[in-house]
Write a protein that binds this ligand. Sequence first.
Ligand SMILES: NC(=O)c1ccc[n+]([C@@H]2O[C@H](COP(=O)([O-])OP(=O)(O)OC[C@H]3O[C@@H](n4cnc5c(N)ncnc54)[C@H](O)[C@@H]3O)[C@@H](O)[C@H]2O)c1
Length: 252
Amino acid sequence: MGTYVVTGSASGIGAAVRERLLSAEHEVVGIDLRDADIEADLSADDGRSAAVAAVRERTESLDGAVLCAGLGPTAPTRLIVSVNHFGTVAVLDGLRDLLAGGADPAVVVIGSHAPMVTPLVDHTLADTMLAGEEDATHAAAEELPGFAVYALSKEAVIRAVRQRVPDWGADGIRLNVVAPGPVETPLLEETRKDELLGPASDALPMPLGRIGAPDDIASVVEFLLGSGASYMHGAVVVVDGGTDCGARPNLF
Ligand SMILES: NC(=O)c1ccc[n+]([C@@H]2O[C@H](COP(=O)([O-])OP(=O)(O)OC[C@H]3O[C@@H](n4cnc5c(N)ncnc54)[C@H](O)[C@@H]3O)[C@@H](O)[C@H]2O)c1
């Protein structure tokens, strides 16, 4: 069976992905701040490099990676950009050669439907993230509310994935994004406690009438990693119980 890296493997969506892959008898190398095979802080350069180096010590090739580690809109804004965008991109790029050596390798990055459902007029912060200017994004992010920084961090990481699609496709590495809506995890619990974001999150239209479970996302991730998705490359798959359609029925 295959060997997969899962970041954010200790909780929520990452833990559900890890469980699914283990149930399918794959080998999983989990990366997280704690309770993981590799304990590393992806908010900082040294933690990112240490995580990638530790993966290299364990394996010479990877069949896939699922990049779930992330922080929600109530976290400090500098950490939101550093984990959600820079940490994800650093691990993605750091694993590229290992993935190129895998069997039908595929990557799934966990984005969010936030860039779609959040009214954003100024995308400069996402542009700055994509320019690789981490220090500049910290200063700029402090001027914005957490929900906007969160949505822009997810916009930036989705754009970063899409920008890599032509080049990585030539190496046979498929890249896709899953963009979840509300999912019952500690991240959503924290968001609910916020006096502004809690009610805003509860007010989102829920056409299926329920909040997602982590395994609702993990099952789609598993599909995207597998041969049934062999022609999917560069897709942003929204898995949100219809919330985005409820909020923007005439846009896609
Ligand atoms: N839960 C939701 O409603 C929801 C909706 C859309 C997108 N997402 C995204 O799904 C992903 C997973 O979130 P979740 O809801 O499972 O949350 P979670 O809090 O349950 O899990 C996130 C994991 O990321 C890890 N992490 C955070 N900072 C880290 C760091 N500096 N270094 C290493 N690991 C770190 C945490 O320790 C945790 O285990 C995130 O990228 C999140 O933005 C979640």
